[in-house]
Design a protein around this ligand. Sequence first.
Ligand SMILES: Nc1nc2c(c(=O)[nH]1)N[C@H]1C(S)=C(S)[C@@H](COP(=O)(O)OP(=O)(O)OC[C@H]3O[C@@H](n4cnc5c(N)ncnc54)[C@H](O)[C@@H]3O)O[C@H]1N2
Ligand code: MOO
Length: 397
Amino acid sequence: MTLRTVAEHREHVLAMLPDRRRTRRVPLDQAHGRVLAAPATAQEAVPRFDNAAMDGYAVRHVDLREGATLAVVGHVGAGAASSVRVGAGEAVRIMTGARLPEGADTVVPFELTDDGRERVRIDAVLEAGRHIRRTAEDVEVGDLVVESGVVVDALTLAALAATGVADVLVVERPRLAVISTGSELRAPGEALGAGQIPESNSLMIAALVEEAGADVVLRTSVPDESEAVQEALRRAHAAEVDLVVLSGGVSAGDYDVVRQALADHLEFVGVAMSPGRPQALGLVGDVPVVGVPGNPVAAAVSVEVFVRPAVLALAGHREITRPALSAMASQGWSSKDDREQYTAVRLEVSENGSWVHPLAHGSHRAGSLAAVEGWAVVPRGTSAVRRGDRVDVLVVR
Ligand SMILES: Nc1nc2c(c(=O)[nH]1)N[C@H]1C(S)=C(S)[C@@H](COP(=O)(O)OP(=O)(O)OC[C@H]3O[C@@H](n4cnc5c(N)ncnc54)[C@H](O)[C@@H]3O)O[C@H]1N2
Ligand code: MOO
């Protein structure tokens, strides 16, 4: 059987997704982490008005001479709408951020004066216009503040709020269903009979896709029975999900029911990767379904390289794959040269550069997932990584 490359399979997964994204207008306090579906333009200038950059005195520059004394005719704090005017020989006490009074063109900080209340002595002469922040010197009304497709982060939120934007059009969070299959699986904490194990993939996959920005509206684990799998898919459909992630049952076993139950809908393919060779995908009704292998490490890697990009694409992101970090191998390990191998690693960033330490290999090692900090991607055509070799690492935590 010819195997697809990881990149090819990812393209197939992405090609199943609808082109249109659902959008919604949200107030800024609900926009964090969302992707903008339309550009945001400034409703207010920054600064909104000429204002003081220092606590001091608003004066007319022509009146400034070393030792000059000016009459203090008013006091204006930030937020005040003072109508006081600065005339010849006059000064107004002003606080940082306060609107510059009419007539003034320069602010003299307190430190360069005697700090007087009725009259003030000027101890140093500044150039005209000093310590004034000019209207719209940062952003003008109508300027583009944030482009469409940008992820709203903390700094973006500040820029939007400061420019008078109250709400933004964002892409809806994708709705996902996560369905584990396997008759041996029991919920964490449940008593285990012979041959049974705790179910871990659905929790892991749900958390991984939530980290990528999805809402998991259905998470369930079903036995290896065709009807149970189909019923779970019906529930996912009724919950109007954008994507279903199925775990398990995609390889050749007698009880690999995903394969049996969904033979008419899903394509079962081999991908040239390790772990994670058996994969499935297809539309059930109009809902895209990605089936990942049940082995927990294979499931984790499959979510990283196929499902996470799909979630990011559904959420409107432009960058959908994780940038790789280049690091050196602290020790060697072997690799299958006909596969792209994802080796679980720990990372160490030191003065001598970034190093990866390989963890024990094995797609069943669910207990060791707690130690994984990244996946070292060993390309096809490489049968061994040697100590000191550079490898690309997807840093996942
Ligand atoms: N004859 C063949 N056997 C296998 C092949 C193959 O090509 N031919 N492929 C192997 C590879 S590679 C993988 S990976 C697995 C994938 O198997 P399935 O997707 O069918 O997964 P299951 O058989 O259902 O389970 C595999 C393994 O993982 C455990 N598991 C499953 N689901 C969960 C879960 N939700 N939480 C925790 N652990 C889970 C399950 O108990 C099995 O141990 O197939 C190989 N075999
Ligand atoms: O390739 Mo399977 O995904 O590990 O053992």
